[in-house]
Design a protein. Structure first.
Length: 723
């Protein structure tokens, strides 16, 4: 990208970000002081220097400080400010991701504009070869030049659509190649095309201002234009000169010409822009139940909150409410109406009349003005306002989806941005093991039985225990004995393995009683065998865990690869324990080729989002978290499941991650960050982006090695800053 295109793009982006068009923080926030120069530098870093968002946020932050702010984060920080021991928190770089998305939109917009420009030029040349009327040729030339100017000035897909509609009206695609002797499928001819062929364009041009002149007057109020002069003939007299077999009377000629003029006005980009601004700022939405809706929607129904809306302005739709209205309308439970308030409608018609009608007072002038009023009426009520309603519906839907997508992202952020479970401070050996030893328990109804799984500090399975009678509540002697036997087995299981924490899957009320049973066993251990109980178990915690993610893991293909031949409930318990040890790695495990993560319910309304929309948000969140947490490559080389976040490390991606993982597992250990470049084949640019987020430390197989490891390789300091 050259400097000029970066300046042009950054101006466009700054306008988008500061206008509130891009929802960044749930509610509309326009108080962000975003620096345009920061956007330019960010674009240079991404396009010219090929640097990724995590790298820029961590190592080039001084070049784009205004893009790293998050008002919601500041609010949290202000609450915590009094805490002297406050630790740094990880940040979700929403503005940087929004700019990345805007960058893609901009590039697609430029590509489309470039493609349309070449198509328009080719189509215009073909049309010019077929026309021999000098007047029409000149008119077409003026039209074509104004279309190219509008295309150049268009700043959104919608504005490009407006230009395209105007071009297709005046240069319909049906005629292309008609003179090349090819067989053509018959084209459906529009009413406009029929009127044009009959020569009514000449009548339409006599009505006064062209659509383009009207648009110029509406958008630039003080633009000087020549005063409109009415023809001396009446409209009927003028029209009688153009009667033909298809339009036999002057009235039918006028009707056809009015249709042409109205359609031209409704397809004029500047007119549409003016009407659009009025409509989007002032239109209101009302809802009322259909007869079926009155029966179906009670106070507990999903659509209860949108059953009766009275004239709610478009700009007051801030959440996902419109998606519910849309769904209710599709199910024929709600009737939805859009309208402009009466005063606004009157002002709009008055404004258009003032710009389009003449000031003449003669009888023929009044007759021409009547024709013009009908044209404006047809343009507004026949074409413009219905198309504005469609646009408003589309705008409300995209706004609601953007809001919902952000809420979905927040739901995931809250799940993956939490740290691993912290062991008690009085653990003497806390330096020896990074993560706690976890005993995970999943309640079972009997088939399968309640299951205990013991995980070491690296999340590997040490032992499994099935207890079919632990949760029995029967007073039967045999049942009581079986329960006692299970309690003894759990007691021995815990004594043998000395867990730091017990995590219990919370699925139903039986789990509260199961928690009491486990506490009872712990008290018995401390009472009967105090010497066998390690210091870690003095204050052993039992915490509840959410089983929604473990259940996805249980039924996933990746669990069959990682834990072959293991029963479903054991897989579930393993995931429950691993999530406590390393939430990021456990969530990332389900982001493989099958994308099981998409089945994780994070928002009650997420069914309105597509799989692609959800996964793009998942990637965004996991990239931010994974790079701020970092990846211990030596530990992951010994424990496959810990490699899951590698695909989200800056500059790597899923294909490079798979290749790098195979290379690291084959070698077993790595002793220097330089080895990624030399021994593991990372390209230079990938190395620069990724290396500071890959931790090289004494873990895994490297724990017992005497080989030198640079302490800086286990820090966030980038090798470019090493002395």
């Amino acid at each position: 990208m050259d400097e000029e295109s970066i300046i042009e793009e950054s101006n466009w982006m700054h306008k988008q970000l500061t206008s509130g068009a891009v929802p960044l923080f749930g509610k509309e926030r326009t108080d962000l002081s975003i620096n345009k120069d920061d956007i330019m530098r960010f674009l240079d870093l991404t396009h010219v220097q090929k640097l990724d968002i995590p790298f820029i946020a961590m190592y080039r932050k001084e070049q784009c400080l205004s893009l790293l702010q998050d008002p919601e984060q500041h609010e949290v920080d202000d609450v915590d400010q009094e805490k002297s021991d406050k630790k740094p928190t990880i940040k979700w770089h929403k503005v940087l991701w929004a700019i990345r998305d805007l960058d893609r939109k901009w590039l697609l917009l430029q590509k489309r504009k470039s493609g349309l420009q070449s198509h328009y030029s080719k189509r215009f040349e073909e049309e010019s070869r077929r026309i021999y009327d000098e007047t029409r040729l000149n008119l077409n030339q003026q039209l074509f030049e104004s279309i190219l100017k509008d295309l150049k000035d268009a700043e959104s897909e919608r504005e490009v659509d407006d230009v395209d509609a105007k071009f297709n009206l005046h240069f319909p695609p049906g005629e292309v190649g008609a003179d090349e002797g090819q067989y053509k499928r018959p084209k459906r001819r529009s009413q406009y095309s029929i009127c044009y062929k009959a020569g009514l364009w000449e009548v339409a041009s006599k009505f006064g201002y062209s659509a383009q002149q009207l648009g110029s007057q509406l958008s630039l109020e003080k633009l000087p234009v020549d005063e409109l002069e009415d023809p001396k003939e009446t409209p009927e007299e003028m029209a009688s000169n153009f009667t033909c077999a298809m339009f036999e009377t002057s009235q039918s000629v006028l009707k056809g010409a009015r249709h042409m003029a109205a359609l031209e006005i409704s397809c004029e980009p500047s007119v549409k822009k003016y009407v659009r601004n009025v409509y989007m700022e002032n239109a209101v939405v009302s809802t009322s139940p259909t007869p079926d809706g009155k029966i179906a929607i009670d106070s507990f129904h999903q659509f209860a909150g949108v059953k009766w809306l009275r004239e709610k302005p478009l700009n007051k739709f801030e959440d996902a409410q419109w998606l519910l209205i849309q769904k209710a309308e599709e199910e024929k439970l709600l009737q939805v109406t859009f309208k402009l308030p009466e005063k606004i409608m009157d002002d709009l018609i008055k404004e258009c009349n003032e710009r389009y009608l003449s000031n003449g007072v003669s009888k023929s002038a009044q007759q021409w003005n009547e024709q013009r009023k009908q044209i404006l009426n047809d343009a507004l009520f026949g074409f413009l306002l219905p198309s504005m309603e469609k646009e408003a519906r589309s705008l409300l839907a995209s706004g609601a989806k953007n809001w919902l997508l952000l809420e979905y992202g927040k739901g995931l952020w809250n799940k993956v941005s939490v740290g691993p479970y912290q062991k008690k401070e009085n653990d003497i050996n806390s330096e020896e093991e990074a993560a706690p030893r976890v005993m995970a328990c999943c309640w079972g109804p009997g088939k399968p039985a309640t299951t205990f799984v013991m995980l070491d500090s690296s999340g590997e399975v040490l032992d499994v225990l099935y207890t079919g009678s632990l949760t029995l509540r029967s007073q039967n002697v045999n049942d009581q004995q079986r329960k006692k036997n299970d309690q003894q087995r759990v007691l021995k299981f815990m004594t043998d393995h000395q867990p730091h924490v017990v995590v219990l899957g919370a699925v139903n009320l039986s789990c509260t009683r199961l928690k009491d049973d486990i506490y009872e066993i712990i008290f018995k251990m401390v009472e009967e065998n105090p010497r066998d109980v390690g210091h870690e178990m003095d204050e052993l915690s039992i915490v509840y865990g959410d089983e929604s993610l473990p259940r996805l893991y249980e039924n996933s293909r990746i669990s069959a690869d990682q834990l072959p031949g293991t029963s479903g409930i054991v897989k579930r318990a393993v995931a429950l324990g691993r999530y406590l040890q390393n939430p990021l790695a456990m969530v990332a495990t389900l982001c493989g080729p099958e994308k099981e993560i998409l089945s994780w319910k994070l928002n009650p309304m997420e069914n309105f989002l597509t799989a692609d929309e959800k996964y793009s948000m998942i990637e965004q969140v996991l990239v931010d978290v994974a790079n701020q947490v970092g990846l211990d490559v030596n530990l992951a080389a010994s424990h496959e499941w810990l490699f899951a976040p590698l695909q989200f490390i800056s500059g790597i991606g899923s294909r490079k991650a798979a290749s790098l993982q195979r290379s690291l597992v084959r070698v077993g250990t790595i002793f220097s960050r330089k080895d990624f470049l030399q021994a593991h084949g990372l390209g230079k640019k990938v190395f620069v982006n990724a290396v500071a987020f890959l931790r090289v430390r004494r873990s895994g197989l490297a724990a017992n090695s005497s080989q030198f490891i640079d302490l800086l390789d286990d820090t966030r300091i980038h090798p470019e800053s090493y002395l």
